[in-house]
Design a binder for this molecule. Structure first.
Ligand code: GCO
Ligand code: MG
Length: 412
Protein backbone atom coordinates (compact mmCIF):
# COMPACT_ATOMS: atom_id res chain seq x y z
CA UNK A 1 0.00 0.00 0.00
CA UNK A 2 2.32 2.73 -1.26
CA UNK A 3 1.48 6.36 -1.87
CA UNK A 4 1.07 6.77 -5.59
CA UNK A 5 -0.32 10.27 -5.89
CA UNK A 6 -0.37 13.34 -3.66
CA UNK A 7 -2.45 16.37 -4.66
CA UNK A 8 -2.83 19.70 -2.90
CA UNK A 9 -6.27 21.13 -3.57
CA UNK A 10 -7.08 24.78 -2.88
CA UNK A 11 -10.71 25.79 -2.93
CA UNK A 12 -12.62 28.81 -1.67
CA UNK A 13 -16.35 28.01 -1.52
CA UNK A 14 -17.04 30.54 1.26
CA UNK A 15 -13.49 30.79 2.49
CA UNK A 16 -10.11 29.30 1.56
CA UNK A 17 -9.41 25.66 2.34
CA UNK A 18 -6.27 23.67 1.60
CA UNK A 19 -6.68 19.89 1.38
CA UNK A 20 -4.08 17.20 0.79
CA UNK A 21 -5.38 14.15 -1.06
CA UNK A 22 -3.27 11.00 -1.05
CA UNK A 23 -3.98 8.03 -3.31
CA UNK A 24 -2.37 4.62 -2.82
CA UNK A 25 -1.36 2.19 -5.56
CA UNK A 26 -4.32 0.01 -4.57
CA UNK A 27 -6.72 2.89 -5.11
CA UNK A 28 -7.48 4.05 -1.55
CA UNK A 29 -7.67 7.78 -0.95
CA UNK A 30 -7.12 9.84 2.20
CA UNK A 31 -7.73 13.52 2.97
CA UNK A 32 -5.92 15.90 5.29
CA UNK A 33 -6.77 19.52 6.18
CA UNK A 34 -3.84 21.96 5.74
CA UNK A 35 -5.73 25.24 6.07
CA UNK A 36 -3.85 28.05 7.83
CA UNK A 37 -6.25 30.98 7.86
CA UNK A 38 -4.81 34.04 6.09
CA UNK A 39 -1.49 32.30 5.25
CA UNK A 40 -2.90 29.40 3.20
CA UNK A 41 -0.49 29.50 0.26
CA UNK A 42 2.58 29.11 2.47
CA UNK A 43 1.35 25.63 3.43
CA UNK A 44 0.45 24.87 -0.19
CA UNK A 45 4.04 25.59 -1.22
CA UNK A 46 5.50 23.68 1.77
CA UNK A 47 3.48 20.66 0.74
CA UNK A 48 3.76 20.87 -3.06
CA UNK A 49 7.38 21.95 -3.28
CA UNK A 50 8.90 20.03 -0.37
CA UNK A 51 6.68 17.26 1.01
CA UNK A 52 4.81 15.73 -1.94
CA UNK A 53 8.05 14.57 -3.66
CA UNK A 54 9.02 12.76 -0.44
CA UNK A 55 5.69 11.00 -0.09
CA UNK A 56 5.55 9.27 -3.45
CA UNK A 57 6.42 5.58 -3.09
CA UNK A 58 6.26 5.60 0.74
CA UNK A 59 4.32 2.91 2.61
CA UNK A 60 0.98 4.52 3.51
CA UNK A 61 0.58 2.22 6.53
CA UNK A 62 3.56 3.73 8.38
CA UNK A 63 1.93 6.73 10.05
CA UNK A 64 4.26 7.24 13.01
CA UNK A 65 7.36 6.70 10.89
CA UNK A 66 6.17 9.21 8.29
CA UNK A 67 5.41 11.75 11.02
CA UNK A 68 8.87 11.39 12.57
CA UNK A 69 10.52 11.49 9.14
CA UNK A 70 8.79 14.73 8.12
CA UNK A 71 9.36 16.38 11.51
CA UNK A 72 12.99 15.40 12.03
CA UNK A 73 14.36 15.35 8.50
CA UNK A 74 13.33 18.97 7.85
CA UNK A 75 15.72 20.04 10.65
CA UNK A 76 13.61 23.26 11.03
CA UNK A 77 11.13 22.13 13.65
CA UNK A 78 7.74 23.35 14.82
CA UNK A 79 5.89 26.42 13.54
CA UNK A 80 2.38 26.70 12.10
CA UNK A 81 3.30 26.13 8.44
CA UNK A 82 5.39 23.02 9.08
CA UNK A 83 2.96 21.54 11.57
CA UNK A 84 -0.12 22.20 9.38
CA UNK A 85 1.64 20.42 6.50
CA UNK A 86 2.61 17.45 8.68
CA UNK A 87 -0.93 17.40 10.11
CA UNK A 88 -2.40 17.08 6.62
CA UNK A 89 -0.18 14.11 5.77
CA UNK A 90 -0.86 12.45 9.12
CA UNK A 91 -4.64 12.89 8.88
CA UNK A 92 -4.73 11.60 5.30
CA UNK A 93 -2.78 8.49 6.38
CA UNK A 94 -5.27 7.83 9.24
CA UNK A 95 -8.09 8.20 6.69
CA UNK A 96 -6.40 5.62 4.46
CA UNK A 97 -5.73 3.26 7.37
CA UNK A 98 -9.39 3.41 8.36
CA UNK A 99 -10.52 2.66 4.82
CA UNK A 100 -8.00 -0.21 4.55
CA UNK A 101 -9.33 -1.67 7.83
CA UNK A 102 -12.98 -0.98 6.96
CA UNK A 103 -13.36 1.00 10.20
CA UNK A 104 -14.00 4.60 11.21
CA UNK A 105 -10.83 6.25 12.53
CA UNK A 106 -12.17 6.48 16.10
CA UNK A 107 -12.22 2.67 16.23
CA UNK A 108 -8.53 2.56 15.40
CA UNK A 109 -7.87 5.06 18.21
CA UNK A 110 -9.40 2.73 20.79
CA UNK A 111 -13.11 2.99 20.10
CA UNK A 112 -15.77 5.37 21.42
CA UNK A 113 -15.46 6.63 24.98
CA UNK A 114 -18.86 8.35 24.76
CA UNK A 115 -21.97 8.46 22.62
CA UNK A 116 -21.44 11.99 21.25
CA UNK A 117 -19.43 15.17 21.61
CA UNK A 118 -20.97 18.16 23.35
CA UNK A 119 -20.29 21.21 21.19
CA UNK A 120 -20.41 24.94 21.79
CA UNK A 121 -21.42 27.61 19.30
CA UNK A 122 -20.56 31.30 18.97
CA UNK A 123 -23.21 33.80 20.01
CA UNK A 124 -22.33 37.44 19.59
CA UNK A 125 -23.93 40.87 19.43
CA UNK A 126 -22.93 44.49 19.48
CA UNK A 127 -25.78 45.17 21.92
CA UNK A 128 -27.43 43.03 24.61
CA UNK A 129 -30.52 42.73 22.43
CA UNK A 130 -28.53 41.35 19.49
CA UNK A 131 -26.59 39.07 21.80
CA UNK A 132 -29.74 37.61 23.39
CA UNK A 133 -31.22 37.02 19.92
CA UNK A 134 -28.04 35.24 18.88
CA UNK A 135 -28.06 33.06 22.03
CA UNK A 136 -31.71 32.18 21.41
CA UNK A 137 -31.01 31.23 17.82
CA UNK A 138 -28.16 28.95 18.97
CA UNK A 139 -30.41 27.30 21.54
CA UNK A 140 -32.95 26.69 18.78
CA UNK A 141 -30.21 25.05 16.68
CA UNK A 142 -29.69 22.64 19.57
CA UNK A 143 -26.53 24.03 21.17
CA UNK A 144 -26.18 23.19 24.85
CA UNK A 145 -23.14 25.39 25.47
CA UNK A 146 -22.56 28.89 24.16
CA UNK A 147 -19.61 31.21 23.70
CA UNK A 148 -20.63 34.79 24.46
CA UNK A 149 -18.83 37.68 22.70
CA UNK A 150 -20.02 41.23 23.05
CA UNK A 151 -19.53 44.67 21.56
CA UNK A 152 -17.91 47.23 23.88
CA UNK A 153 -19.28 50.78 24.18
CA UNK A 154 -17.04 53.22 22.33
CA UNK A 155 -15.42 50.57 20.08
CA UNK A 156 -16.51 50.48 16.45
CA UNK A 157 -15.86 46.84 15.64
CA UNK A 158 -14.39 43.89 17.49
CA UNK A 159 -13.20 40.63 16.02
CA UNK A 160 -15.58 37.81 16.79
CA UNK A 161 -18.72 39.93 16.64
CA UNK A 162 -20.77 39.39 13.50
CA UNK A 163 -21.29 42.75 11.79
CA UNK A 164 -22.81 44.26 8.68
CA UNK A 165 -19.37 45.27 7.40
CA UNK A 166 -18.38 41.60 7.26
CA UNK A 167 -21.63 40.79 5.56
CA UNK A 168 -20.82 43.21 2.74
CA UNK A 169 -17.17 42.19 2.44
CA UNK A 170 -18.17 38.54 2.06
CA UNK A 171 -20.78 39.02 -0.61
CA UNK A 172 -23.83 38.87 1.65
CA UNK A 173 -22.96 35.58 3.36
CA UNK A 174 -23.76 35.79 7.08
CA UNK A 175 -21.35 34.08 9.45
CA UNK A 176 -21.71 33.46 13.15
CA UNK A 177 -18.41 35.24 13.56
CA UNK A 178 -16.01 37.20 11.39
CA UNK A 179 -13.94 35.08 9.03
CA UNK A 180 -10.77 36.34 7.35
CA UNK A 181 -11.99 39.06 5.02
CA UNK A 182 -11.43 38.84 1.32
CA UNK A 183 -9.39 41.77 0.02
CA UNK A 184 -5.87 43.11 -0.42
CA UNK A 185 -5.32 44.40 3.13
CA UNK A 186 -6.33 43.32 6.63
CA UNK A 187 -9.16 45.22 8.24
CA UNK A 188 -8.14 47.53 11.08
CA UNK A 189 -10.19 47.36 14.28
CA UNK A 190 -9.96 49.35 17.51
CA UNK A 191 -9.38 48.26 21.07
CA UNK A 192 -9.58 49.61 24.63
CA UNK A 193 -8.89 47.15 27.45
CA UNK A 194 -10.27 49.31 30.28
CA UNK A 195 -13.69 49.67 28.59
CA UNK A 196 -13.71 45.96 27.84
CA UNK A 197 -12.91 44.98 31.44
CA UNK A 198 -15.67 47.27 32.74
CA UNK A 199 -18.26 46.03 30.26
CA UNK A 200 -17.86 42.23 30.07
CA UNK A 201 -18.91 41.29 33.64
CA UNK A 202 -22.12 43.31 33.25
CA UNK A 203 -22.91 41.43 30.04
CA UNK A 204 -22.42 38.05 31.74
CA UNK A 205 -24.62 39.15 34.61
CA UNK A 206 -27.37 40.07 32.13
CA UNK A 207 -26.96 36.77 30.25
CA UNK A 208 -27.20 34.74 33.48
CA UNK A 209 -30.28 36.71 34.55
CA UNK A 210 -31.94 36.04 31.21
CA UNK A 211 -30.90 32.43 30.57
CA UNK A 212 -30.44 31.03 34.10
CA UNK A 213 -27.61 29.26 35.91
CA UNK A 214 -27.49 25.96 33.97
CA UNK A 215 -26.35 26.92 30.47
CA UNK A 216 -22.56 26.46 30.08
CA UNK A 217 -21.12 29.82 28.95
CA UNK A 218 -17.69 30.42 27.44
CA UNK A 219 -15.76 33.57 26.56
CA UNK A 220 -12.71 34.28 24.39
CA UNK A 221 -10.42 37.22 25.32
CA UNK A 222 -8.41 36.52 22.15
CA UNK A 223 -4.92 37.19 23.59
CA UNK A 224 -5.65 40.87 24.28
CA UNK A 225 -4.82 41.17 28.00
CA UNK A 226 -1.73 41.45 30.18
CA UNK A 227 -1.42 38.85 32.97
CA UNK A 228 -2.75 41.18 35.67
CA UNK A 229 -5.67 42.30 33.47
CA UNK A 230 -6.41 38.65 32.75
CA UNK A 231 -6.38 37.88 36.47
CA UNK A 232 -8.85 40.68 37.06
CA UNK A 233 -11.17 39.49 34.29
CA UNK A 234 -11.14 35.90 35.58
CA UNK A 235 -11.93 37.12 39.08
CA UNK A 236 -14.71 39.44 37.98
CA UNK A 237 -16.38 36.65 35.98
CA UNK A 238 -16.35 34.10 38.82
CA UNK A 239 -19.96 34.83 39.91
CA UNK A 240 -21.16 33.83 36.41
CA UNK A 241 -19.63 30.36 36.54
CA UNK A 242 -17.95 30.19 33.12
CA UNK A 243 -17.22 26.84 31.48
CA UNK A 244 -13.98 28.50 30.38
CA UNK A 245 -12.21 31.75 29.70
CA UNK A 246 -10.08 31.46 26.59
CA UNK A 247 -6.75 32.96 25.50
CA UNK A 248 -6.59 35.57 28.23
CA UNK A 249 -2.95 36.43 27.44
CA UNK A 250 -0.69 35.87 24.44
CA UNK A 251 0.57 32.53 25.71
CA UNK A 252 3.98 32.44 24.09
CA UNK A 253 4.90 33.39 27.65
CA UNK A 254 3.68 30.27 29.41
CA UNK A 255 4.83 31.58 32.80
CA UNK A 256 2.34 34.47 32.61
CA UNK A 257 -0.45 32.01 33.38
CA UNK A 258 0.94 31.45 36.88
CA UNK A 259 -0.08 34.95 37.87
CA UNK A 260 -3.56 34.55 36.38
CA UNK A 261 -4.02 31.22 38.19
CA UNK A 262 -3.04 32.69 41.55
CA UNK A 263 -5.98 35.07 41.37
CA UNK A 264 -8.89 33.20 39.84
CA UNK A 265 -10.77 29.90 39.82
CA UNK A 266 -12.37 30.65 36.41
CA UNK A 267 -11.27 27.69 34.21
CA UNK A 268 -8.75 28.63 31.51
CA UNK A 269 -8.47 27.35 27.93
CA UNK A 270 -5.48 27.97 25.69
CA UNK A 271 -3.77 26.65 22.59
CA UNK A 272 -5.49 27.38 19.27
CA UNK A 273 -2.29 28.95 17.95
CA UNK A 274 0.03 26.36 19.51
CA UNK A 275 1.44 23.67 17.29
CA UNK A 276 3.45 21.18 19.34
CA UNK A 277 3.54 19.60 22.77
CA UNK A 278 6.47 21.91 23.55
CA UNK A 279 4.14 24.91 23.54
CA UNK A 280 2.18 23.18 26.29
CA UNK A 281 5.02 21.70 28.29
CA UNK A 282 5.02 24.12 31.21
CA UNK A 283 1.34 25.03 31.33
CA UNK A 284 0.32 21.37 31.49
CA UNK A 285 3.00 20.32 33.97
CA UNK A 286 2.18 23.24 36.28
CA UNK A 287 -1.57 22.78 35.74
CA UNK A 288 -1.96 26.37 34.57
CA UNK A 289 -4.83 25.57 32.18
CA UNK A 290 -7.94 23.40 32.21
CA UNK A 291 -8.54 22.87 28.46
CA UNK A 292 -6.26 22.22 25.47
CA UNK A 293 -7.57 24.29 22.53
CA UNK A 294 -5.46 22.92 19.68
CA UNK A 295 -6.91 21.74 16.39
CA UNK A 296 -5.76 18.52 14.75
CA UNK A 297 -5.10 20.72 11.69
CA UNK A 298 -2.53 22.98 13.35
CA UNK A 299 -0.87 20.55 15.74
CA UNK A 300 0.75 17.91 13.59
CA UNK A 301 -2.35 15.82 13.05
CA UNK A 302 -4.11 13.11 15.02
CA UNK A 303 -0.82 11.44 15.99
CA UNK A 304 0.69 14.48 17.69
CA UNK A 305 -2.46 15.98 19.23
CA UNK A 306 -3.27 12.59 20.77
CA UNK A 307 0.12 12.69 22.50
CA UNK A 308 -0.55 16.22 23.80
CA UNK A 309 -3.97 15.14 25.11
CA UNK A 310 -2.59 11.96 26.72
CA UNK A 311 -0.01 14.12 28.53
CA UNK A 312 -2.78 16.55 29.58
CA UNK A 313 -4.94 13.69 30.87
CA UNK A 314 -2.41 12.98 33.63
CA UNK A 315 -3.33 16.37 35.09
CA UNK A 316 -7.11 16.13 34.56
CA UNK A 317 -6.80 18.69 31.75
CA UNK A 318 -9.36 18.09 29.03
CA UNK A 319 -9.78 18.76 25.33
CA UNK A 320 -11.56 21.74 23.84
CA UNK A 321 -10.51 21.43 20.22
CA UNK A 322 -10.56 24.48 18.00
CA UNK A 323 -13.42 24.29 15.49
CA UNK A 324 -14.31 27.60 13.82
CA UNK A 325 -15.16 27.52 10.11
CA UNK A 326 -11.50 27.95 9.16
CA UNK A 327 -11.04 24.32 10.18
CA UNK A 328 -12.24 22.50 7.05
CA UNK A 329 -14.79 19.65 7.20
CA UNK A 330 -11.78 17.29 6.97
CA UNK A 331 -10.13 18.87 10.01
CA UNK A 332 -13.45 18.82 11.87
CA UNK A 333 -13.93 15.12 11.12
CA UNK A 334 -10.44 14.38 12.45
CA UNK A 335 -11.28 16.31 15.63
CA UNK A 336 -14.52 14.37 16.08
CA UNK A 337 -12.84 10.96 15.72
CA UNK A 338 -10.12 11.92 18.20
CA UNK A 339 -12.59 13.52 20.62
CA UNK A 340 -14.84 10.46 20.57
CA UNK A 341 -11.95 8.12 21.37
CA UNK A 342 -9.98 9.90 24.11
CA UNK A 343 -11.04 9.68 27.75
CA UNK A 344 -10.31 13.33 28.61
CA UNK A 345 -12.68 14.94 26.11
CA UNK A 346 -14.07 18.26 27.36
CA UNK A 347 -16.05 20.04 24.66
CA UNK A 348 -15.84 20.63 20.90
CA UNK A 349 -16.12 24.05 19.24
CA UNK A 350 -18.50 23.82 16.29
CA UNK A 351 -20.09 26.22 13.83
CA UNK A 352 -21.79 25.25 10.64
CA UNK A 353 -19.97 25.56 7.35
CA UNK A 354 -21.87 27.22 4.51
CA UNK A 355 -23.92 25.39 1.88
CA UNK A 356 -21.22 25.66 -0.83
CA UNK A 357 -18.61 24.19 1.51
CA UNK A 358 -20.95 21.28 2.23
CA UNK A 359 -21.21 20.63 -1.51
CA UNK A 360 -17.45 20.58 -1.96
CA UNK A 361 -16.95 18.30 1.06
CA UNK A 362 -19.39 15.40 1.43
CA UNK A 363 -19.56 14.61 5.12
CA UNK A 364 -21.02 11.88 7.29
CA UNK A 365 -21.03 13.48 10.76
CA UNK A 366 -24.26 14.00 12.65
CA UNK A 367 -25.41 16.93 14.82
CA UNK A 368 -28.23 16.00 17.16
CA UNK A 369 -29.46 17.72 20.32
CA UNK A 370 -26.19 19.58 20.77
CA UNK A 371 -23.98 16.54 20.21
CA UNK A 372 -21.67 15.72 17.30
CA UNK A 373 -20.73 12.24 16.08
CA UNK A 374 -18.29 11.55 13.21
CA UNK A 375 -20.38 8.71 11.75
CA UNK A 376 -19.34 5.16 11.01
CA UNK A 377 -18.02 5.23 7.47
CA UNK A 378 -14.53 3.75 7.11
CA UNK A 379 -11.81 6.38 7.54
CA UNK A 380 -12.72 9.97 8.38
CA UNK A 381 -16.04 9.87 6.53
CA UNK A 382 -15.36 12.90 4.32
CA UNK A 383 -14.92 12.95 0.53
CA UNK A 384 -13.90 15.91 -1.62
CA UNK A 385 -15.74 16.62 -4.86
CA UNK A 386 -12.90 17.91 -7.02
CA UNK A 387 -15.22 19.28 -9.73
CA UNK A 388 -17.11 21.33 -7.14
CA UNK A 389 -13.83 22.41 -5.51
CA UNK A 390 -12.54 23.56 -8.91
CA UNK A 391 -15.39 26.07 -9.20
CA UNK A 392 -13.98 28.20 -6.39
CA UNK A 393 -10.45 29.54 -6.93
CA UNK A 394 -8.32 30.88 -4.08
CA UNK A 395 -9.35 34.35 -2.91
CA UNK A 396 -6.84 36.44 -0.95
CA UNK A 397 -8.14 37.04 2.57
CA UNK A 398 -6.65 38.41 5.79
CA UNK A 399 -7.57 38.24 9.43
CA UNK A 400 -8.10 41.72 10.95
CA UNK A 401 -5.84 43.43 13.47
CA UNK A 402 -6.19 45.98 16.28
CA UNK A 403 -4.88 49.46 17.05
CA UNK A 404 -5.28 51.36 20.32
CA UNK A 405 -6.60 54.95 20.35
CA UNK A 406 -3.03 56.33 20.05
CA UNK A 407 -2.32 54.20 16.99
CA UNK A 408 -0.30 51.43 18.69
CA UNK A 409 -0.75 47.96 17.16
CA UNK A 410 -2.29 45.70 19.81
CA UNK A 411 -2.94 41.95 20.14
CA UNK A 412 -6.28 41.18 18.61
C1 GCO B 1 -11.96 30.69 18.17
C2 GCO B 1 -10.92 31.51 17.51
C3 GCO B 1 -11.10 31.87 16.08
C4 GCO B 1 -9.77 32.32 15.52
C5 GCO B 1 -9.66 31.97 14.09
C6 GCO B 1 -8.41 32.48 13.45
O1 GCO B 1 -11.91 30.61 19.38
O2 GCO B 1 -12.76 30.11 17.44
O3 GCO B 1 -10.39 32.48 18.33
O4 GCO B 1 -12.10 32.81 15.90
O5 GCO B 1 -9.56 33.66 15.71
O6 GCO B 1 -9.74 30.60 13.97
O7 GCO B 1 -8.24 31.92 12.21
MG1 MG C 1 -10.27 31.50 20.25
Amino acid sequence: MNIDKAEVIVTSPERNFVTLKLTTDDGLTGLGDATLNGRELAVVSYLRDHVVPLLLGRDAARIEDTWQFLYRSAYWRRGPVTMAAIAAVDTALWDIKGKAAGMPVYQLLGGASRTGLMAYGHASGKTLEELFASIRSHLEQGYRAIRVQTGVPGLKSIYGIASNATLEANGGVRYDYEPAQRGARPKEEDWDTRSYLRHVPAVFEAVRNEFGPELPLLHDAHHRLTPIQAARLGKSLEPYDLFWLEDVTPAENQEALRLVRQHTTTPLAIGEIFNTVWDYQQIIREQLIDYVRSAVTHTGGITHLKKVLDYASQYQIRSGMHGPTDISPVGMAAAMHLGLAIHNFGIQEYMRHGAKTDEVFQQSFTWRDGFLHPGDRPGLGVELDTDEAGKYPYARAYLPYNRLADGTVHDW
